[in-house]
Design a protein around this ligand. Structure first.
Ligand SMILES: Nc1nc2c(ncn2[C@@H]2O[C@H](COP(=O)(O)OP(=O)(O)OP(=O)(O)O)[C@@H](O)[C@H]2O)c(=O)[nH]1
Length: 399
């Protein structure tokens, strides 16, 4: 064989061997790569998903470093903040108006039924009176309202339904009392030594009235007003209460000071207010344990919590939380709490599930303290500053 031909043949065989080896290596490496999602899909999820989903994507994609597949991804972005923006307080009562209005509410029903009559006879007045009492308006305010309406409708000879409604609105408003100061004490103050201290709001009440929920919702109201807030979980009696508060706080970026389970509530409250002062926050909200108003020991403990807080900063508000559905029982609780701590405002919760809107008037009369906030549902922003005019307009509206 020609020597040149032999060299050419050896060259071709060598080339074929090298090509075979290279192909095998490439195929092997491809097989070793995990089956990651196509690049388009990854991009899409990164853009549209929430931070929590992003976190999940990163942990489940599990691409080993140095495989080349990571080139498809940009470096993982820092998780987007999950802090929520709560609804502004001004729009809340308007949004929640429907929950106070119409046929589901005894007060509203009684007022609307009266307005619907062509002629108001003795039976109608009796019926009206009865509905007002069922709505927990109380005997005194009911009698006053009925007397005032009877006189004015007769004297003024009001037969036009719109004029009758205006009279009713006016008289009802007098009972709800628009002159009461309902502002919340949430401005930081200065001690006698010239030190800046946060406003301190204590939230008190019997078990299950909605204290912890109210603290969480109120934190959102204050955050919406651009205030720096800190929560004190001084309900060390119910273990879950502190966890519940942490959940509320974390959603709006508000820190929580908590103690060990069964710790002394006064010491947790003290630590919270201290931390609030050192951190220069505007408001410290202190959640306290629910207590039976009949248990003297627990009630004394509440007085102690307040005194201990006052070593650092004055308590600017003591909000008593009352469940509107408990009616007269709420009034009994209110009287007893007032003896132990100076209640400065009432929070009426669960007005959404109650036909007893009249309790607003009764409780204010009983305590001489204004209703400052009302709870109108289980939604996170279902707490509204109380406004007498908006309240009256809501119960006088049909839906
Ligand atoms: N419908 C309705 N439910 C509410 C309202 N406020 C609170 N609740 C519910 O009432 C229940 C009790 O609320 P909590 O905040 O746990 O009550 P608490 O007073 O802290 O309870 P304790 O710690 O046991 O004293 C929860 O299921 C809340 O969702 C409201 O305005 N409307």
């Amino acid at each position: 064989m020609d020597l040149n031909l032999l060299y050419v043949l050896i060259g071709i065989v060598a080339l074929l061997v090298v090509a075979g080896v290279v192909t095998t290596v490439v195929v092997r490496r491809r097989r070793e790569l995990p089956p990651g999602p196509p690049p388009g899909e990854l991009e899409e999820r990164r853009d549209g998903g929430t931070a929590v989903q992003d976190e999940h994507d990163r942990s489940t994609t599990d691409v080993p470093p140095g495989t080349g597949a990571v080139d498809l991804l940009e470096p993982p972005a820092a998780p987007a903040p999950t802090v929520e923006v709560p609804e502004a307080p001004q729009t809340r009562l308007a949004r929640l108006r429907r929950r106070l209005a119409g046929q589901d509410n005894a007060l509203s029903r009684g007022l609307l039924a009266l307005l619907a009559k062509d002629r108001i006879d003795a039976d109608t007045w009796d019926e009206f009176e009865e509905t007002l009492i069922t709505s927990d308006l109380g005997v005194g305010p009911t009698t006053e309202l009925v007397e005032a309406l009877r006189t004015r409708l007769k004297v003024d000879g009001v037969s036009d339904p719109a004029a009758a409604r205006a009279v009713l609105r006016e008289e009802l408003l007098k009972l709800v009392d628009p002159t009461m100061d309902r502002t919340l004490g949430t401005e930081p103050g200065t001690t006698a030594d010239g030190e800046r201290v946060p406003a301190v709001v204590m939230v008190v009440g019997v078990n299950g009235t909605g204290k912890t929920t109210t603290v969480g919702k109120l934190a959102r109201v204050l955050v919406a007003e651009d205030k720096d807030v800190l929560l004190g979980a001084a309900d060390t009696f119910r273990a879950a209460a502190a966890d519940q508060l942490e959940t509320w706080g974390s959603r709006v970026g508000v820190p929580v000071v908590r103690g060990a389970e069964q710790a002394d509530p006064a010491s947790v409250a003290f630590d919270a207010v201290r931390a609030g002062k050192e951190g220069e926050v505007d408001v410290v909200l202190v959640d306290t344990a629910g207590r039976l108003h009949s248990k003297t020991g627990l009630m004394d403990e509440l007085g102690k919590v307040k005194r201990v807080i006052e070593r650092t900063a004055p308590v600017s508000e003591v909000l008593l939380v009352l469940d509107a559905t408990t009616g007269q029982n709420g009034l009994v609780q209110a009287r007893i709490f007032r003896e132990v701590v100076d209640v400065s405002g009432i929070v009426l919760t669960k007005l959404d599930g109650s036909a007893k809107g009249g309790i607003v008037v009764q409780v204010q009369r009983e305590l001489g303290v204004p209703v400052k906030l009302i709870g109108l549902g289980e939604g996170v922003d279902d707490l509204a500053p109380f406004d007498a005019e908006e309240f009256v307009d809501a119960v006088l509206s049909e839906a």
